[in-house]
Design a protein around this ligand. Sequence first.
Ligand SMILES: Cc1cc2nc3c(=O)[nH]c(=O)nc-3n(C[C@H](O)[C@H](O)[C@H](O)COP(=O)(O)O)c2cc1C
Length: 341
Amino acid sequence: MKNHRLSQYLLKDLNIKDKLLHNRLVLAPMAGLGHIALRQLISEFGGFGLLFTGMCSAKAIPQENPNVSLVFNWRPEELKYLVCQIFGSEPESMAKAAVRIEKEGFFGVDLNFGCSVAAICKKGCGAALLKDPELSSKIVKSVRESVSIPLFVKFRLGWDNNPQSAVDMARRFEDAGADALTFHPRIAPDRRNRPPLRDVITLVRQAVEIPVFGNGNLFLAEDGAEMIEQTSCQGLSVGRMAVARPWLFAQWTQGFAPGEDIFHTTAVRMTQILSDHYPDHFSIKLFKKFLPYFCANFKFGHDILKRLNHAQTMDEIRDKLDSIFESSPETLSRPNLNLFS
Ligand SMILES: Cc1cc2nc3c(=O)[nH]c(=O)nc-3n(C[C@H](O)[C@H](O)[C@H](O)COP(=O)(O)O)c2cc1C
């Protein structure tokens, strides 16, 4: 599939419940990375169908104040394409959170059955739920009965390498009322080190009628084209590479051709947007989370990362960016995955 065929495919309409999407390329949910500032930066480039928030605690959402919360917050203009992801382990609290999400006007709600971080799994949330298919069904049903906005489920291969269990879970989610699935074909103990098992996306896609968004290691347009060719998944969900290159959506679907100064201007813009939304100490913290992905674009990314990580204030970060880009650092077409976590 050539790049123009990829964009044609990604721009084909897709029904999700009673809503029509004009673009099948979406931002994957990423806690600590997919915040309001990154989403604004991505929105300024455009070219995506939906953006997902990082996971929010279902228990906290009903009383959360978006004017104060650092995660459950949004710009009003993004709600029409924003899906809020929640994690939890109780059908009732997941449903209550979804009701608030619907009331606020989000495009949809996404349930996290994929996070394999110990702190989340210990509470019986995220990928831990894949060990309890009955409870998983109950959660999806309870959310389905409480809201009418599109209901997404994001999940992974499970805890052992058994494709049949992923297929069974996909059917369960569909039967319980999910409108779309995002599937990350890795087993839970595998964070993101081994390659994703694309064949299992095909099996999941074949098992259900609802759209399946394929996810995992999509870095260049060629990777997206290959995933579609190999799996016939209905859409693509991109995570880390959209942090490294927030213009990726515009590039893959709208033929956006980044200029030479794109890295410099984008990093500076990120500092500005972060400062617009967050107090200084938090902006710096979030910028430093963004940095390893951004620095993966450069041949000597480790050095650039080290220099920027030394900065203590946003002004210092901007000064360092100016001096780093004065010497036009060599870029890589494929990112340096040693810097991705
Ligand atoms: C820092 C980080 C935070 C993440 N947080 C979430 C999350 O909150 N919810 C979720 O479903 N997946 C989360 N993920 C997983 C991504 O959505 C995605 O499945 C994974 O990164 C693989 O896709 P990629 O190769 O395009 O990055 C996170 C990944 C990263 C790197």
